[in-house]
Design a protein around this ligand. Structure first.
Ligand SMILES: [Fe+2]
Length: 413
């Protein structure tokens, strides 16, 4: 019994000891396992560190390779850029050369193009000359060339008028217009000048410009030179300068004289006020010899029915002409349709003439003094002359009165 009890008591102790021993074994195993895990982890760590090192090294190598590659690329780009610059330089040089070659080639072409208008002008002029030769024979027929062409308007036939204009350059037509009409026109012209004299130029916008220019600056320039053009006169006075030649049949007379032409009013129809000495406002000084074609048209024949509005040529400046035919005047002035090189002071058509030959001294040297004629005018007398007739203001120190005249121009078209 005791043995049984003893075994009964000692059995749990033995079991406990067995468990304890088991636990100790397990602990040892766990320790060993732990050691093994730790050792494994250490190895893994080392391996990872090694691997990391390798990766870093690899990345360093890659970085170096990339940097090297980048360097090569940059070098390549630099090289390309310098090659491109070189190429651009070559291209630019090539273009410059091309441009120079083109400019050199274009020069003659441009000159040829510039010359075309002259050539066309010459062709037109030659055609006009041919027509003129047929229409205006160079030999005067049935006219007296030994005395001055001074006629009562009613005594002259249109054919004689034509011949005289063509071959002597001018014709005096006495009593060709109505003196009362001239008084009326002078009154209206004086009224307009009085109006303009009191009008400040800043208000010039309220006044119409000339027909030849809508430039108000030019309008006042013309006014200061005592020119009121037909357009302005007609608009403001209700009359026309052309009444001077229409009323007495002079327009129709001219139309009969030049039946091959259509006669037209000229844009260069205006009045002038001339005086000697100090110039009052809106008066002009005497003008030297010239032909109107050097300022107006060289392509059309035009006739100036020069009409003083009061007697002149004695106490007031008159007009003098060179009695020379149109073709002779053109020859004398060496008229050239193509024109010469323009001189610095040349305006309008002056370069088509040797204008220096219009000077009085030149006229005398060329034996043309004998052709000078400065008639006296009564109110109603009209001197007709062409745009190729040399003429000038005629004035002497005794002519102290001012003179107003109207240049009633017609154009043969
Ligand atoms: Fe003139």
């Amino acid at each position: 019994m005791v043995g049984k009890l003893k075994r009964f008591v000692t059995r749990p102790f033995r079991q406990l000891a067995a468990i304890q021993s088991e636990l100790e074994d397990q602990t040892k195993l766990l320790d060993a396992r732990m050691q093994s895990v730790i050792a494994g982890l250490d190895n893994q760590s080392q391996m990872l560190a090694e691997r990391l090192n390798q990766v870093v090294q690899g990345m360093d190598n890659h970085s170096q390779l990339l940097a090297h590659k980048l360097e090569q690329i940059i070098q390549g780009i630099d090289h390309q850029a310098s090659l491109m610059n070189e190429r651009f330089d070559q291209l630019r040089q090539g273009l410059d050369n091309q441009s120079k070659t083109l400019t050199a080639q274009l020069g003659p072409i441009k000159r040829a193009i510039d010359r075309q208008p002259h050539l066309v002008g010459e062709r037109i002029a030659e055609a006009i000359r041919t027509l003129d030769r047929a229409r205006f024979p160079t030999t005067a027929r049935n006219i007296d060339t030994t005395t001055v062409p001074d006629f009562q308007f009613g005594d002259l036939e249109p054919e004689q008028f034509r011949e005289l204009l063509l071959h002597r350059g001018a014709v005096m037509l006495r009593k060709a217009t109505d003196p009362a009409l001239l008084d009326l026109i002078k009154q209206k012209i004086d009224g307009l000048f009085a109006q303009y004299e009191s009008a400040p130029e800043m208000r010039s916008g309220t006044y119409p410009a000339t027909i030849s220019s809508n430039d108000l600056g030019d309008f006042w320039y013309q006014l200061r030179r005592s020119h009121i053009f037909e357009q302005t006169f007609k608009q403001l006075s209700g009359s026309s300068y052309y009444d001077i030649i229409r009323g007495t049949g002079l327009w129709d007379f001219a139309a009969h004289a030049f039946p091959e032409y259509q006669l037209a009013e000229s844009i260069d129809c205006n009045c002038r006020r001339v005086t000697t000495g100090d110039l009052p406002v809106m008066f002009d000084a005497p003008v030297d010899f010239h032909v109107d074609a050097q300022y107006h048209s060289i392509y059309n024949l035009s006739v100036n029915f020069w009409t003083p509005l009061a007697p002149c040529g004695r106490d007031a400046p008159g007009l003098q002409v060179v009695l020379l035919g149109i073709e002779e005047t053109k020859d004398y002035l060496e008229f050239d349709f193509a024109g010469y090189d323009a001189k610095p002071n040349d305006i309008a058509n002056m370069r088509h003439f040797r204008c220096y030959k219009e000077q009085l001294e030149q006229l005398k040297q060329n034996d043309l003094a004998k052709c000078l004629w400065a008639p006296e005018f009564e109110k109603g007398d009209i001197l007709a002359f062409t745009n190729f007739t040399m003429h000038a203001t005629y004035c002497t120190p005794e002519m102290t009165n001012p003179r107003t005249s109207v240049e009633v121009r017609i154009t043969c078209q």
